[in-house]
Ligand binder design. Structure first.
Ligand SMILES: O=C(O)CCC(=O)C(=O)O
Ligand SMILES: [Fe+2]
Length: 777
């Protein structure tokens, strides 16, 4: 419908119709209560904080949202819900109604519930029904108390004094047993392996090991951190930014969570090393080293805290642990304190009650316990200490505080960089949503098609982003050089720059998003805010670190997932985060198949051409034996017209053990992935020889490198290559194996080659027909 020029009534009518059908709404919130409050978008799970409103204040910006969206309200900084005191129900706002601008009110009387045991999230009932109260008690009891009470009678554990005993947690074995502390320090003082770090015992029980003082263990390693690592820590600190130090304040939520207050006893600044900082190779190296020497996993550490003291700045006498208020992760049991530079004067760390003072020295680590050897659940009141004021120069240092148990009771943390999850409209007239931003980080040398397909296919909850998915900008963060085989990184980057950057394509999974390929940058320099950050961590490597950074973090995994994840120590964390994981292998609830590849063209095959059989194997010798027998059978009626191309780094060497095929074998391994795919696209058939394990219950993709073949299956599907595979694999992938013929064999065990030999013979016979018959006229 068009309106005549100047016909305002007509215009207005159209506007009204548009508005009625437009589900978009702009809402504001007035907070009349005495609490500073966080407004969470209710995503049906844990909610996403979209705005903080001051007490007796209102929305800093209007919130752009949609009809039907729901929001809930908690006290700022902790997730304890604010309730309407008359009903004791948590305050929810549901967007609806006819008005375009909805205003919601947090009533004056809003307060925290008198009922201590409440659910904080709509998802609680579901989680409790799944058994989460038992699997992940720490988190669930704080956040889903009511459901846990109903389901398992665990509600009384909301009281942190009752909840947080080690026996109760029952989740992991604590880091220290009786005696662990003495063992650990004794090993550092005596074992050959630690000499390289230049240990020096300052204090020990009984003045053993050359200690000057009789008392708790205090030890330095004078050569613990190298220059490169120091540089990484200092650079990493810049990402977080140094801020005036804070202390934990009073408990402000019934769950035991605490507020932060600016410290008076501590005038230094500190930066937390998270996100970009903690994944820097130099930083990781230090954490890994601490893990190595202590034997305590990094899950038990707080993030590195990096400290900066200018002249006159200090940290008064304090203890790193407290006698009470244990939370889920238990006491801080050890402090690993690193000096990152030499300080001209002052800045000593002094154990005030012991008469010990340690001078800052670049690269030195100072380590002391906060608990007792004989009773590691009780703190050691002797290790009070202070940082003396810096007199001349600047002091840089870093803390790793190690806890008894992993930190599993923290709610999913909102990431700092999560700026763009929901846009707030600056001006009412600005109707158009901003573009969505997604970033894919290639954590190791995985084939580019996995990265590309993650961009094109990884399922993302666009609806919760509030950006325009039709103009999505996708970047790649190029990561972790040291995990790449030499000379593989650059070709990969070239590929991105020459084939992808600057192009625009609709997503291949049909979700309506349109991708504009942006830039590729070193992950360390990558600082753009994003709606989703997808880590391609295919080897079960780093998934936890990635996902625990925040709700906008996602992970791609390969076919194998460490059983240790699903069943072991990290099981509850896995359960908590797994919804943001997707595989490149259809054996999992969420998967996608990389398919953005140069495609195989059967018509390129000419009658009489050599058949190119491309081989990749989980067990190279067994696989080559299979092929050897297959070829021998063919050789009974003359030399077959085939070429065997080995795609693995090791296979050509092993093929020498099989004289009947070794003359047919060509090395096909190619570190440049684009060339590699091109080469693969010239294969006439792919043999991803994945063999069943002979042990029952340990069939395909056992936890070992063998599982990586799932990547080859994905490639074969993407390339539309003919295949010769094990029957059960064919079955697993059958939905996807529709573009090219598949020959399959069954094997009962690794020495049974018969059905392979039959299928191999049939394939060599029938394949040329397929290639020629489908050729274009
Ligand atoms: O800076 C120092 O020497 C000690 C700092 C300290 O004790 C702390 O950060 O807990
Ligand atoms: Fe301290």
């Amino acid at each position: 419908q068009t309106c005549a020029n100047g016909d305002d009534t007509c215009r207005a009518n159209i506007d009204t119709q548009k508005q009625a059908s437009d589900p978009r709404r702009t809402i504001t919130i007035d907070n009349l209560s005495k609490y500073r409050a966080d407004i969470h978008y209710d995503d049906g799970r844990f909610g996403k904080i979209i705005q903080t409103v001051t007490s007796k204040g209102g929305s800093p910006n209007p919130i752009s949202t949609f009809v039907g969206h729901r929001f809930f309200v908690t006290m700022h900084g902790v997730r304890e819900g604010l309730v309407d005191p008359t009903t004791d129900e948590q305050i929810f706002f549901t967007v609806g109604g006819d008005e375009l601008n909805d205003k919601f009110i947090i009533p004056k009387e809003a307060t925290t519930s008198k009922t201590r045991c409440k659910d904080r999230y709509p998802v609680c009932k579901k989680e409790a029904a799944r058994g989460e109260c038992t699997n992940n008690p720490g988190w669930m009891i704080v956040n889903c108390c009511q459901s846990c009470e109903e389901k398992e009678g665990y509600g009384h554990l909301i009281d942190s004094e009752v909840r947080c005993t080690r026996e109760r947690l029952n989740a992991t074995k604590a880091a220290f047993d009786v005696g662990s502390l003495d063992d650990l320090f004794t090993r550092w003082a005596t074992e050959e392996a630690f000499v390289q770090y230049e240990p020096n015992v300052i204090s020990s029980p009984g003045k053993t090991h050359g200690a000057e003082h009789d008392g708790p263990w205090i030890l330095t390693f004078d050569s613990f951190v190298d220059d490169e690592e120091i540089e990484a820590l200092l650079k990493g600190a810049e990402y977080g930014g140094f801020e005036r130090s804070t202390d934990q304040g009073n408990i402000i939520a019934s769950s035991g969570e605490k507020e932060k207050v600016v410290s008076t006893s501590r005038t230094s600044s500190n930066a937390w090393c998270r996100r970009e900082c903690e994944i820097m190779p130099g930083v990781k190296r230090v954490s890994n080293r601490i893990e190595e020497i202590t034997g305590i996993p990094q899950g038990n550490y707080e993030s590195f805290q990096i400290l900066k003291y200018e002249v006159g700045e200090f940290y008064r006498r304090h203890h790193d642990s407290s006698g009470k208020n244990k939370n889920m992760s238990g006491h801080r049991i050890l402090t690993v304190f690193l000096y990152l530079n030499d300080v001209e004067e002052g800045g000593e760390t002094a154990f005030t009650d012991l008469g010990i003072s340690v001078k800052p020295k670049k690269g030195r680590a100072l380590i002391w316990p906060s608990v007792l050897n004989d009773d590691p659940d009780s703190w050691d009141s002797r290790t009070y200490h202070e940082a003396r004021a810096v007199v001349k120069g600047t002091k840089y240092a870093a803390n790793h505080w190690i806890h008894h148990n992993p930190n599993i009771d923290l709610p999913l943390q909102e990431s700092n960089n999560d700026l763009s999850r929901i846009t707030t409209e600056k001006k009412k007239s600005e109707k158009k949503l901003r573009p969505c931003y997604i970033t894919v980080e290639n954590k190791a040398d995985y084939h580019y098609e996995v990265i590309e397909s993650a961009i094109m296919q990884f399922p993302l909850p666009w609806d919760t982003f509030n950006c325009s998915k039709e103009d999505t900008i996708a970047d790649v963060a190029l990561a972790q050089q040291h995990r790449w085989a030499k000379n593989e990184l650059e070709p990969w980057q070239n590929y991105f720059e020459t084939h992808l950057a600057g192009t625009t394509r609709p997503r291949t999974n049909g979700d309506g998003a349109v991708i504009h390929f942006g830039s590729i940058q070193n992950y360390m320099n990558y600082s753009r805010a994003y709606d989703a950050y997808i880590g391609v961590s295919c080897d079960s490597f780093d998934w936890l670190r990635q996902l625990s950074k925040g709700p906008n973090q996602y992970c791609v995994l390969h076919g194998t997932v460490d059983k240790k994840i699903m069943q072991g120590r990290k099981k509850s964390l896995w359960e908590q985060h797994k919804e943001r994981v997707c595989w490149v292998s259809p054996m999992h609830p969420c998967y996608f198949i990389p398919s953005d590849l140069p495609q195989f063209k059967p018509e390129n095959f000419r009658k009489g051409d050599k058949l190119r059989l491309c081989l990749k194997a989980s067990t190279p010798t067994t696989s080559l034996r299979y092929v050897d027998e297959g070829v021998k059978r063919l050789q009974q009626s003359g030399e077959p017209n085939i070429e065997i191309i080995t795609m693995g780094r090791l296979m050509p060497i092993m093929s020498e053990a099989f004289p009947s095929i070794s003359h047919l074998v060509t090395q096909g391994y190619e570190p440049d992935y684009y060339k590699f795919e091109e080469m693969m696209s010239k294969c006439h058939v792919l043999l991803p020889l994945i063999h069943p394990w002979e042990e029952p219950g340990k069939k395909y993709f056992p936890w070992s490198g063998a599982g990586k073949l799932s990547g080859y299956m994905s490639q074969a599907i993407g390339l539309k290559l003919p295949l010769l595979v094990q029957e059960e694999i064919k079955e697993l992938y059958k939905e996807h194996l529709v573009d090219a013929p598949v020959w399959s064999y069954t094997t009962q065990n690794m020495s049974d080659t018969r059905s392979f030999v039959d299928a191999f013979g049939a394939m060599v016979k029938e394949l040329p027909g397929y290639l020629v018959n489908t050729s274009a006229e």
